[in-house]
Design a protein around this ligand. Sequence first.
Ligand code: ADP
Ligand SMILES: N[C@@H](CCOP(=O)(O)O)C(=O)O
Length: 315
Amino acid sequence: MNKSIKAYAPASIGNVSLGFDLLGAALSPIDGTQLGDQVDISPAETFSLKVEGRFAKKLPSDPKSNIVFRCYTLFTEKLLARGLPSAEVAMVLHKNLPIGSGLGSSASSIVAALHGLNQYFDAPFDENELLLMMGELEGQISGSIHYDNVAPCFVGGLTLMNNQSEQIALSLPVFEDWYWVVCYSGISVSTAEARNILPKQVAMADAITFGQQLAVFVDACYRKDETLAAAVMNDVLAEPYRKSLLPNFDQSREFVVNNGGLAFGISGSGPTVFAVCNNLEQAQGIKNWLSENYIQNDTGFSHICQIDTQGAVVS
Ligand SMILES: Nc1ncnc2c1ncn2[C@@H]1O[C@H](COP(=O)(O)OP(=O)(O)O)[C@@H](O)[C@H]1O
Ligand SMILES: N[C@@H](CCOP(=O)(O)O)C(=O)O
């Protein structure tokens, strides 16, 4: 304890089209860009939280409104409940992910903060206990608990959520030759609002398609059948309602599917979209087109990524 540490947690794609709230993927840009938040923790006499980085100014100025503050509060409560000592710390959040982007921005801050605190306090909680805390905090922001960002962000890879509190996240095999092109348009979409516009009930036909696609996808991942896996990446639950919030969404899908993309969809609640390719040249062409046609302002960006199999790391 009491050494200074830095914790990094990657961006993630929630839902991955076919697994609303149940499937997520951690991202690592192939050009080495750090697409994720970082939290530094060091010993202090009184608690402090400083926010730096490209998107720091987009967060509320009161540090107590920052989810990282709530991470510290929850973590120290859990320490005390376990009869363990807590301590004051100085925290610095490097806010590198845009807020309301669909890239798991709040999840990245939560995971970096809680993973960092756990390492700082000599790992009193195991992976699953931490994930439960992460889900609770993510739920405070978006209105309901969902693990499809915090889980891949924390443990890395492509993760399927399990409804058993003993093991929240199940890791799926990934297609190593897949490139995931992500494009953030630069506008902000609130996850809570994008959840509120969804209908509360689902038609029987959609429920059957949803269940079938998710089951077939998992089977295809294990059998390494990438054509089948990509073929079932269709969002029947959220995309039909959310795409109206995303200018140029339909044109982007058309370009992607006609230019080598194996799949296309909304990342989390948007506005970021993603395209899957198994060829780098095609991924580059799609990235270039999305950069010119999907980005709305100079806050937007696009990256070619692979799945980040490492998840959150401390140094
Ligand atoms: N460290 C943080 N990172 C991201 N959002 C935060 C953070 N702290 C507080 N917030 C608030 O949480 C909300 C996050 O919005 P949300 O649409 O869920 O973003 P995202 O989908 O990018 O995670 C915003 O109101 C934002 O001000
Ligand atoms: N399953 C959630 C994912 C939200 O991801 P975010 O990156 O937009 O916060 C949902 O679709 O609401």
